[in-house]
Design a protein around this ligand. Structure first.
Ligand code: ADP
Ligand code: MG
Length: 359
């Protein structure tokens, strides 16, 4: 657990970067610091590993005041990942990852073996081990940065805009990978970003900062979307927050309607739309009413699929809205058609889901 108690940082030139911060980052969870540029996110983060020292207040890591700790000891338990990975350009990937274990006095072979394991853990092909950082894509370099931070198996991981420099598609896959990793590792992670969507996606709790180093709101993402405390947070959280908030409500209560299905070669329906499935009952696409038989060429692509029991209200609503027939396709865990969801059914389930989430 990381605890800020009335922490202020005033730089020698008088800039107050962080102003009286009270906040607890929970053990084993992802806490995200988000806010516009210059609002004190990096300064707050760097006070945790004492790269910046608080001017006043107390900052405790696992109950110990960081100012009382030996900085080298403190940092041994805290991995640090920055934008553009900060890799050593003249060391191979495997040696970059093995840096910390070697510093900690592990044998060369043990450190390299562990580095190879970590490459696999973060989703890097070990055939890249002997390459140099410049021979990797931006996204791959970020993975190396994460692997290096994990090498000493620190309980705490600080990440400062680690994915900001990569393109949106790669960023999304790095985010997914981090969530997968975290579900296995359970580190205490503090993650800095200026991107509210990234914050909402990754954070178990999200701290929104405003310029002047003041904490504006600290809540779970669903609460941030449904109950921003003021106009600043409302604006920062952005458009469509009502719709995006559906992602944090579960949908066990959505009724699944029956959905008759047909196969290629069957007669076309007499009216409306019909869903066409393959021999294992997986959806292929939709066809409109007409004369003759269903052919592969006539298939209209379907929308997103809603997996029964595993999705959110947002997923169910999106399935309905993106389907050409207006009927969302619900599938089971094996991808077989289980029935339909409609937008009306999702909206009807909303009050119960809200009550459940509030409870
Ligand atoms: P963020 O990471 O949210 O963009 P920072 O924590 O880097 O913000 O900076 C917060 C404020 O502190 C900014 O106004 C920045 O200019 C100022 N600042 C950061 N580092 C220093 C420093 N070493 N000396 C003086 N001012 C600084
Ligand atoms: Mg910063």
């Amino acid at each position: 657990m990381i605890e800020f108690r009335g922490v202020t940082k005033r730089f020698p030139d008088g800039t107050v970067a962080v102003d009286d911060l009270d906040l607890v980052a929970d053990q084993g969870r992802i806490t995200v610091f988000v806010g516009p540029s210059g609002c004190g996110k990096t300064t707050s983060l760097r006070m945790i590993n004492r790269m910046v020292e608080p001017t006043s207040g107390e900052l405790l890591v696992d109950g110990q005041d960081v100012l009382a700790a030996d900085p080298a000891d403190l940092r041994r338990g805290i991995g640090y990942v920055i934008q553009q990975a900060g890799l050593f350009p003249h060391r191979t990937i495997v040696d970059n990852i093995a840096t910390v274990p070697l510093l900690l006095g592990r044998g060369k072979k043990a450190a390299r073996d562990r580095a190879m394991e970590l490459m696999e853990i973060v989703g890097l092909d070990t055939s890249m081990a002997k390459r140099y950082p410049s021979q990797l894509s931006g996204g791959q370099q970020q993975r190396v940065g994460v692997a290096r931070a994990l090498a000493a198996d620190p309980p705490v991981l600080l990440m400062d805009e680690p994915f900001s420099a990569v393109d949106p598609v790669v960023r999304e896959s790095l985010q997914d990978e981090l969530l997968r990793l975290q579900s296995e590792l359970g580190k205490t992670i503090v993650f800095v970003t200026h991107d509210i969507d990234e914050a909402i996606k990754l954070g178990d709790k999200v701290a929104v900062f405003r310029v002047g180093g003041k904490l504006a709101q600290y809540d779970e993402p669903g609460v941030l979307l449904s109950r921003p405390v003021d106009d600043f947070v409302d604006n920062f959280v952005g458009r469509d927050r009502g719709y995006r908030g559906l992602g944090f409500l579960t949908s066990d209560t959505i009724p699944i309607g029956s959905l008759p299905v047909i196969s290629v070669g069957d007669p076309l329906p007499h009216d409306g739309w019909a869903l066409v499935v393959d021999t294992s009952a997986k959806p292929l696409g939709w066809v409109r009413a007409g004369e003759g038989q269903v052919t592969e060429d006539a298939l209209v692509p379907g929308g997103s699929l809603y997996t029964v029991g595993s999705g959110s209200l947002r997923g169910a609503l999106d399935a309905a809205l993106s389907s050409p027939s207006g009927q969302g396709v619900a599938v089971d865990d094996n991808g077989r058609v289980a029935g339909s969801v409609t937008a009306d059914a999702v909206l009807a389930a909303l009050p119960a889901a809200r009550d459940e989430s509030a409870a």
